[in-house]
Write a protein that binds this ligand. Structure first.
Ligand SMILES: Cc1cc2nc3c(=O)[nH]c(=O)nc-3n(C[C@H](O)[C@H](O)[C@H](O)COP(=O)(O)OP(=O)(O)OC[C@H]3O[C@@H](n4cnc5c(N)ncnc54)[C@H](O)[C@@H]3O)c2cc1C
Length: 321
């Protein structure tokens, strides 16, 4: 068994999601676990993957790979998989990874299972776990041929340092002319303060119970005091109160912080599936029968407009700021 993990990077840093998938792959007991870093000026980032279980990291460092476009990455990965004989290729979900995984599946005539939340070896076979029926059940999925390609839902695995070192090998990408037909015209980055909701240890999320977009400042203040990130429900994102990039749930992000504070959120199943992996869930809701209390570790029944400012004040005072 040999697994290759696509190691996505931003700004010279390997992404947490990809390192989580790498850690999971390393825990499955395969003979070979390797990573692939594809980009321009990425050699320095590659070595770090050894600490997360990669025995080998293949680096494709080429100015033509600078833009985060999928097709040149398909060229690089397809030749690597064929030359090295990997039987499994894993991706942590992102827009770039999803496009690259789909292109690789088409190029290698391989099966792709997507939106997996877990992987296991059962009787020597690789089995993927995939939510179905609005995330209310999990189904086992497999592959009928090799290589097996899988796209893992974000936040499914935490990176785990094992302290190893990787053999870093540089490769040349044989990029096809048609793969360079698409070019990046412009790239924009959303400016945000603090950690992203997927990386944050603490997420404070707001729902329709806030009553107005202005009241999101209460959530922001608490998140800032705790050093966390702000999340939102689809109800408030659809209403234009907060950006989609913060939406937690079935059609948003999956988060698994150590602490999740849900403020004025009812706890619909579509929201729950995006945050149920959190370590401790605290809910503030004025309705004692709100479904969120069924899966919260700590519930506060009351008006968030009164509770949040006091909580923020208390935390600031405790932290001495
Ligand atoms: C296909 C599909 C996909 C979806 N994907 C997502 C998704 O990704 N993420 C997501 O979040 N939702 C998703 N939804 C929507 C989901 O079903 C819910 O409608 C949504 O999560 C509800 O958001 P909410 O909890 O903010 O609002 P509500 O359900 O309206 O809940 C508001 C809560 O605030 C409480 N409240 C009101 N006033 C106060 C106050 N002053 N103090 C304290 N509490 C107060 C109320 O008691 C209530 O429990 C999806 C739905 C569908 C059909």
């Amino acid at each position: 068994m040999s697994t290759l993990v696509f190691l996505e990077h931003h700004g010279g840093e390997l992404q947490k999601g990809a390192l989580g998938v790498l850690s999971k792959a390393a825990s499955l007991g395969d003979d070979r676990v390797a990573g692939a870093v594809v980009g321009s000026g990425v050699k320095d980032a590659a070595g770090g993957a050894g600490a997360y279980g990669a025995q080998t990291v293949y680096v494709f460092d080429d100015p033509r790979l600078e833009a985060p476009l999928p097709q040149p990455r398909v060229d690089a990965l397809a030749s690597l998989v064929q030359e090295e004989g990997f039987d499994t290729v894993l991706f942590a979900a992102s827009v770039l990874s999803a496009d690259t995984a789909a292109g690789l599946a088409a190029r290698l005539d391989a099966g792709l299972n997507w939106d997996l939340v877990d992987l296991a070896r059962e009787d020597g076979r690789l089995v993927g776990k995939r939510p179905a029926l609005s995330d209310s059940v999990y189904v086992d999925v497999g592959w009928t041929s090799e290589p097996r390609i899988a796209l893992i839902r974000s936040g499914s695995f935490d990176p785990a340092q094992t302290g190893g070192t990787a053999d870093v090998q540089e490769r040349q990408a044989d990029i096809q002319d048609f793969s360079l037909a698409a070019t990046m015209v412009e790239q924009a980055h959303e400016e945000s303060e603090g950690p992203s909701i997927e990386d944050a240890d603490i997420v404070v999320a707001g729902g329709r119970g806030l009553g107005s977009p202005d009241a999101f400042s209460l959530v922001e203040d608490l998140a800032k005091a705790l050093g966390g990130a702000v999340g939102a429900t689809r109800a408030v994102v659809d209403a234009g109160w907060y950006p989609y990039s913060t939406q937690v749930g079935q059609t948003g992000r999956t988060v698994s912080p150590k602490l999740y504070v849900a403020c004025g959120i009812s706890g619909a199943i579509q929201h729950k599936v995006g945050m149920q992996g959190s370590g401790v869930i605290v809910a503030i809701n004025k309705d004692p029968n709100a479904p969120i209390f069924e899966f919260s570790d700590l519930g506060v029944v009351g008006d968030l407009h009164e509770i949040l400012p006091k909580l923020t004040e208390l935390i600031r005072a405790r932290k001495g700021s």
